[in-house]
Design a protein around this ligand. Structure first.
Ligand code: ADP
Length: 166
């Protein structure tokens, strides 16, 4: 059996920063589960089904990627799918404290599971789903931050017209 990794997150919605991390992960692991969290305490813009669908459409044809959703403890989900590795993205020092805390907690919960951090291409280090939603909601052009399908979904959901692309 090959090495399996889980990349968990809210993905509300998936951005080019997430996709960059996933592409890097697929070069290192035989299978990467992109796992959309059901139990994020924040109020999401997109439903779990919508977030899963947008992720699937954004990675159509990508080898080694499985899009899924999960509820409850991440380490339990990782065990269930046979993953020994959790992938997280690190953009800036500001991500570090929270990510460090989560990684150590997950290690305490299941010492067999390692967390690995991947850094995106520098042009994505300022990208977050929250900022993309804010910019799109204010009518800004997000076409270079998210795939076309996500841009359309954002504009539809937020009731604004598409700005970028052709
Ligand atoms: P969370 O709900 O924990 O913020 P997200 O769904 O936003 O999670 O993202 C999941 C993971 O992807 C996190 O590890 C986050 O740091 C990382 N991430 C988010 N945006 C980017 C980006 N632009 N570049 C690299 N990693 C990112």
């Amino acid at each position: 059996m090959g090495t399996i990794a889980v990349y968990p997150g809210s993905f509300d919605p998936i951005t080019n920063g997430h996709l960059d991390v996933i592409r890097r992960a697929t070069k290192m692991f035989d299978r990467v589960y992109v796992a959309v969290a059901r139990n994020a305490e924040k109020t999401p813009l997109f439903s779990v089904a919508e977030r899963v669908a947008l992720a699937k459409q954004s990675m159509r044809g990508w080898p080694r990627v499985v899009v899924d959703d999960f509820e409850g403890l991440l380490v339990r989900y990782a065990r269930r799918v046979g993953a020994r590795v959790v992938i997280r993205g690190l953009r800036a020092v500001s991500d570090f404290e929270f990510e460090f805390q989560m990684a150590l907690m997950n290690r305490r919960l299941d010492p067999a599971i390692e967390t690995i951090f991947l850094m995106p291409k520098d042009e994505y280090t300022f990208l977050s789903s929250r900022v993309v939603k804010e910019v799109a909601g204010l009518g800004g052009d997000v076409s270079s931050f998210v795939p076309r399908i996500v841009e359309s979904a954002l504009c539809q959901k937020l009731g604004v017209r598409r700005k970028g692309g052709v």
